[in-house]
Design a protein around this ligand. Structure first.
Ligand code: SF4
Length: 122
């Protein structure tokens, strides 16, 4: 048996939730105050997801980089590989907020989009 500790981030109460499992089978979840905390621990154990925010290089822009983000949460385990893909991605200005920078990154079904407008250099 193994106990995993999670801090629920669904509200400011930050309940300390414990998930006890045995070879992948969840035996007990405790420490939560409401059902959201129980589900949060289950999700964190079985398929943790994270939003991705980073920057990518821009050519001919008024700034050298533009902030980008995932349109939806991505599997946490794929975040380093997604960042690696984006570290070699370069686009040409102008950039529009919401513009798709990388479609279906790593076959996750999630697009990476620009978080702001970026004008072209005069
Ligand atoms: S378990 Fe419920 S009360 Fe506790 S932090 Fe999560 S959302 Fe808030």
């Amino acid at each position: 048996m193994k106990t995993h500790h999670f801090t629920c981030i669904k509200c400011p109460l930050s309940c300390q939730v414990e998930l006890i499992e045995d070879t992948g089978t969840v035996l007990e979840i405790k420490g939560w105050t409401c059902n959201q905390g129980e589900q949060y621990a289950l999700d964190e154990f079985s398929n943790p997801l994270r939003m991705l925010t980073t920057t990518i290089r821009v050519t001919e822009g008024i700034l050298p980089v533009v902030p980008v983000r995932s349109r939806a949460p991505l599997p946490k385990s794929l975040i380093p590989d997604c960042v690696s893909v984006l570290s070699t991605t370069e686009i040409e200005a102008p950039v529009m907020c919401g513009q798709i920078i990388c479609c279906n990154i790593l076959d996750t079904g999630v697009d990476i989009i620009a978080s702001r407008d970026l004008e072209r250099r005069p």
